[in-house]
Design a binder for this molecule. Structure first.
Ligand code: FES
Ligand code: FES
Length: 245
């Protein structure tokens, strides 16, 4: 700001001229406000740079997204079975198993909680073993057998783990439940096959009985924000044959 101009205005005797010419001062003030506004906009843009870049990328991708039925430049073909049904898909190589199930096959019971491998809500079985479908690329599953919660039941008959969850109220909102049940089914198979855990000493066979420490450790990848852990533990205990202590 022009200091001379400010001093002139302050030094002026109002009685001498009740309507001083402040046009130059006003011009200075407008210039100052413009500069501050530009600086503010630049700071906001800098602060939101990652968001803006994602936004720009989204804009770019939607602008260049191929129309339905048009082959993707980096598409891959993958064939696998899902709940016993053969699937042959052409997918963007970056598509996760979770998005494949939910977006391409309309199997929406596997949930997207964190999409970062931290909550277990997306757990499904691949060749009988539990995997986090949000961290698994569908392109890696050629020839695999995928089982989701929709495929655990046999017709109208619930899987014993599903029935146990219902019986023991192993859920509240139910969001984590498909992942909990898939994980519990595979966890019991791991335990019965003698797979050690962080609680079992390294290399030692799994304990004859699945005690509570083992159960907590082996199910620690599945979080329940409703805190329905008491019912979940009782359900798995029953499905395991009542051997949890
Ligand atoms: S959605 Fe996959 S671990 Fe949370
Ligand atoms: S029942 Fe709500 S998150 Fe587990």
């Amino acid at each position: 700001m022009n200091e001379d101009l400010i001093n002139q205005v302050l030094a002026r005797d109002p009685a001498e001229d009740p309507h001083p010419d402040i046009s130059e001062f006003g011009a200075e003030r407008r210039r100052f406000i413009k500069q501050i506004s530009a600086l503010g906009a630049a700071l906001i843009a800098f602060h939101n740079l990652p968001t803006l870049s994602v936004f720009a990328r989204e804009l770019g991708s939607s602008a260049t997204a191929p129309a339905e039925g048009v082959a993707l430049a980096d598409a891959v073909s993958v064939r696998f079975t899902v709940n016993g049904s053969s699937q042959s898909l052409s997918l963007d190589a970056r598509t996760t198993l979770l998005d494949t199930l939910r977006e391409h096959l309309d199997l929406t019971c596997s949930k997207k909680g964190c999409d970062h491998g931290q909550c277990g809500a997306c757990t499904v079985l691949v060749n009988g073993r539990r995997v986090l479908s949000c961290l698994t690329l569908a392109a890696t599953l050629d020839g695999a057998s995928v089982t989701t919660i929709e495929g655990l039941a046999h017709g109208e008959g619930l899987h014993p783990m599903q029935a146990a969850f219902v019986k023991h109220d192993g859920f509240q909102c139910g969001y984590c439940t498909p992942g909990q049940i898939c994980s519990a089914v595979a966890m019991l198979a791991e335990w019965r096959n003698g797979m050690p855990s962080a609680v079992s000493s390294s290399g030692a066979p799994a304990p004859a009985d699945l005690n509570e420490d083992e159960l907590r450790e082996r199910m620690s990848g599945n979080l329940c924000r409703c805190g329905a852990y008491v019912g979940i533990r009782q359900a798995i205990q029953e499905a395991a044959g009542g051997t949890v202590r």
